[in-house]
Ligand binder design. Sequence first.
Ligand code: GKR
Ligand code: MG
Length: 433
Amino acid sequence: MNAELRTGTTFPAITDVRLTPILIADPPLLNLSGVHQPYTPRLIVEVEIEGGIVGVGETYGDTVYFERAAALAPELVGRSIGAVNSIGGIGRGASTLLDAQPAASGLRGALTTDKVRLSVLSAFEVAALDALGRYLGVPVHTLLGGKVRDRVEYSGYLFYKWAEHPVDDAPADDWGAALDPAGVVQLARKFFEYGGFRSFKLKGGVMPPDEEIAAIKALAAEFPGMPLRLDPNGGWSLPTALHVAQELTGVVEYLEDPAVTVADMAEVHRRTGIPLATNMIVTALDEVKPAFDQDAVQIVLSDHHYWGGLFATRDLAAVCRAYGRGLSMHSNTHLGISLAAMTHVAATVPDLEYACDSHYPWQSEDVVTERITFTEGAVTVPDAPGLGVTLDRDAVARLHERWNAMPHLHDRDDIAAMRRADPGYQDPGIPKY
Ligand code: GKR
Ligand code: MG
């Protein structure tokens, strides 16, 4: 591309969009609903522009996302790469609750048709920004207005887990089992060695609440002064949530989704004063007002996938700032493309006071040629053009072959995965405790 194009108002058009669903190895991490499958779906998006530059994006990969992406992708073709904002309007329409809620999606609030659309468009937007950044020779954070920090802090995201999946031919991991307070502390030590994390989050809703309280207290004793969080994904009744909040006030920096309704979250905060974070009751713009009006949420955990992209994440940051709420980041199983996207946008948000969540340490496989590393709990903000990652096409092809070979795992279902270990297992429902 010539300099004239770069300085003018004409930008190359998108010529092709490629979608590749993949299955990536995932350890046996336990949560409210059950256990992670040995392999989890992700969708890789490649956006090619005139001149051959390709940008990459990543999003949730279950069937509902893949099908929507396939339906919307043709609408990208022909659009100018200089008009990334126009992507947000693709497929806009009335939003309805999805008839069949994919099993693991409930851990991030109710799934609507619009949340699926936004999750797809976010990957299109990230890929377009990657391509635009490569075309202009600037990093994505510059396209978002510029970074205000050079490093983005992440918390060490701990899970109760089994040592291995209870099925044949499953991927192995070196993290070991963590099923009691001593196991959780041991896991935290390993996480600290791995990435020097300066804060820890424990995925709760797994063990009876008093055991999880004991695990958090054991972490506090082992890592004095370190910010800690506990997240049962809305799995506690109001009395249980109040009990945990009373026990952990002053021990955790916040509780995450201790209850599942706005009213119960508001009650927990009103009666205990403990700060509450969510990635379940504020997951879309129309959920902001009721939760903020009732003071049910003090920190919103944004997820650029279902909020609709990196610009949408910055919009959410402005809303939180206006209401005096904190912002941090939610994470689900993801790879290096999404970690890079999270890091770019987080680098541009001025008042990011809490370390972001990331599942990335749990992923032994990736689709980028160089794994992203955590040093002293932070990722250095990439300054190379675009996202600053390179797609490993061989890895994508390999993981796509696995997706072809394992149709029964195309939709993440933690309940079904638990049933493979315990055929009589029933969905505990909410509240679990
Ligand atoms: O991966 O088991 C998991 C998590 O529970 C995930 O599904 C949640 O969406 O990590 C997430 C959270 O913070 O709620
Ligand atoms: Mg959460």
